[in-house]
Design a protein around this ligand. Structure first.
Ligand SMILES: Nc1ncnc2c1ncn2[C@@H]1O[C@H](COP(=O)(O)OP(=O)(O)OP(=O)(O)O)[C@@H](O)[C@H]1O
Ligand SMILES: [Mg+2]
Length: 492
């Protein structure tokens, strides 16, 4: 460190009111905010967490009570302090925190006033409140010891031997200027609470499966397992370990729809209500889910990878490497693991596609009596071989039938292509080149195949073919026969 002893310095403390307003803009949703509060309860050893709310329009309150170790007065004041711990400090292995901010940023993101009531072993309950309007007015970082209806909350904290209750009591983001009897606002609020429930069922599912109980208004929330462990026909890949075993990666290919009951299929749609939205990586930090169904920028979401879900387990000391954010909703693999993760993922993704591919092939076999339409055909002329484009190929057929005045010209161009195809060169390359020849459309964007398949399907159905016949014909048409997995995603 440079020696600044004889250099002038001046204080430049953060301006309290503007700083707190900035905290509000971190981008929490109510779901991620409540999850952040629950992280603290779990770290404090809670076995039960009760989320409760009391709809009263703009006076609605929401509280999160736990039976963890609780805090005494001194600890509570420290906990209420923004930046109460240094992110660089080493943490206990079970600690779900990192920044010393979550309690404050999550609470401020939803409310202008919040109170923390806490009771530690051998201490009386204590409480302190942050009121944004008071901070704005006084322009100082000052907690106040005030909360409406103190007795209500005292009663609540008395129900646990030790524990903490976080109370949001000016939920301006959700209920500003709303009257209690506004039915529309009320049902919207209840709808939001429903999505809080499904979010928590996913984020904490591993803790819940190990005995943690989270209640929303007295009703226990059931866990949601993205991998549907224990279900028949689930394919799981062996676990891969990185960093001497501290990072674990395990791929799963979930069963195809035809192997699931309607109930199981709906379960698999998860909180986002969609199989496609739920494909991808599930990144856990200490068994707490940070990222649920995302390809982390490595791939796009596509229907034929719907069955693919990959679990990544991280401990809590790689936060910097994985760029974990304050909200605990982002994680990015560091570049040193990228190749390994990519290779492993490709393998799982291929296996997931194989399920659809197999289905497509079975459909093709079942309806195979249909004619096969290759693109190219071999013909003999004056004792010599030539390659011709199949005039009966459905795509060409359609193009020519629509081409009107251009028909003759298109025919001519096709003839020129046929007559100049470099067969000797191809033959030579085939025998001498070490690089294998790729299959049609390999390694390029497949949207053209998918869109053309759909168009062809629409045309076949419009011309009177049954849905099954139309699909079978597509599977018998080059190059679509190389991609039977896409047939599943044709919309009828
Ligand atoms: N429910 C609780 N029970 C006991 N202690 C708590 C509780 N909530 C917060 N604390 C204490 O307050 C501190 C600050 O919490 P806060 O969520 O702001 O930061 P953090 O959990 O340390 O880190 P992060 O910002 O990553 O969440 C915690 O480290 C913990 O010591
Ligand atoms: Mg925290």
């Amino acid at each position: 460190m440079i020696d600044y002893t004889n250099i002038p310095s001046t204080s430049a403390e953060p301006e309290a009111s503007s700083m707190i307003e900035t905290f509000r803009a971190i981008g929490y949703s109510i779901e991620t905010a409540i999850a952040d509060i629950i992280d603290n309860s779990i770290t404090a050893g809670a076995k039960n967490i009760w989320i409760d709310y009391d709809w009263k329009g703009s006076n609605t309150t929401l509280s999160i009570l736990d039976d963890g170790t609780g805090m005494n007065n001194e600890q509570l004041i420290q906990a209420m302090r923004p930046g109460s711990k240094n992110p660089l400090d080493e943490r206990n292995r079970d600690d779900l925190g990192r920044f010393g901010l979550g309690l404050k940023t999550a609470s401020f993101s939803q409310s202008r006033k919040f109170t923390v009531f806490s009771k530690a072993k051998g201490y009386k309950p204590v409480f302190w409140t942050w009121d944004l309007d008071f901070v704005n007015q006084e322009k100082v970082w000052k907690l106040i010891r005030y909360i409406p209806n103190v007795e209500n909350w005292t009663k609540k904290i008395e129900t646990v031997e030790t524990g903490t209750c976080v109370i949001w009591w000016d939920l301006d983001r959700l209920t500003k200027d709303t009257s209690e009897d506004n039915e529309e606002a009320k049902s919207k609020f209840f709808g939001i609470m429903d999505s809080v429930k499904s979010h928590l069922s996913m984020v904490f599912h591993r803790y819940m499966d190990e005995g943690l109980k989270i209640y929303l208004r007295e009703r226990e929330i059931k866990s949601w397992d993205p991998f549907m462990i224990g279900i028949d026909n689930l394919q799981s890949k062996p676990e891969t370990r990185l960093e001497g075993g501290s990072i674990k990666i395990k791929g799963f290919v979930l069963p195809h729809r035809s192997k699931l009951s309607a109930e199981q299929y709906n379960y698999g749609k998860g909180p986002k209500d969609s199989w496609t939205a739920h494909q991808g990586f599930y990144v856990y930090r200490n068994r707490r889910l940070l990222v649920a169904g995302d390809w982390l920028g490595l791939f796009k979401k596509e229907g034929h990878y719907d069955l693919c879900r990959i679990q990544i387990d991280l401990p809590n000391n790689f936060d910097d490497d994985w760029q974990i954010d304050i909200k605990k909703s982002i994680a990015r693999p560091p570049s040193i693991y990228r190749e390994q993760i990519l290779a492993l993922t490709k393998d799982v993704r291929n296996q997931a596609v194989e399920v659809y591919r197999h289905k497509g092939k079975v459909l093709k076999r079942k309806l195979a009596s249909d004619e096969y339409f290759p693109f190219w055909e071999e013909r003999a002329r004056h004792g010599k071989r030539f390659y011709k484009i199949n005039r009966n190929h459905p795509l060409l057929n359609e193009l020519l039938s629509k081409s009107g005045d251009l028909k003759k010209e298109i025919e001519k161009v096709i003839q020129f292509i046929e007559e100049t195809i470099p067969v000797p060169l191809i033959a030579l390359q085939e025998s001498e080149n070490e690089k294998p020849h790729g299959q049609p459309f390999e390694g390029i964007d497949h949207n053209a195949i998918k869109e053309t398949m759909q168009k062809l399907f629409n045309g076949f159905v419009a011309s009177g073919l049954s849905v099954e016949k139309a699909k079978a014909r597509i599977l018998n048409t080059e190059p679509f026969n190389f991609y039977p997995e896409y047939i599943e995603f044709i919309t009828e």
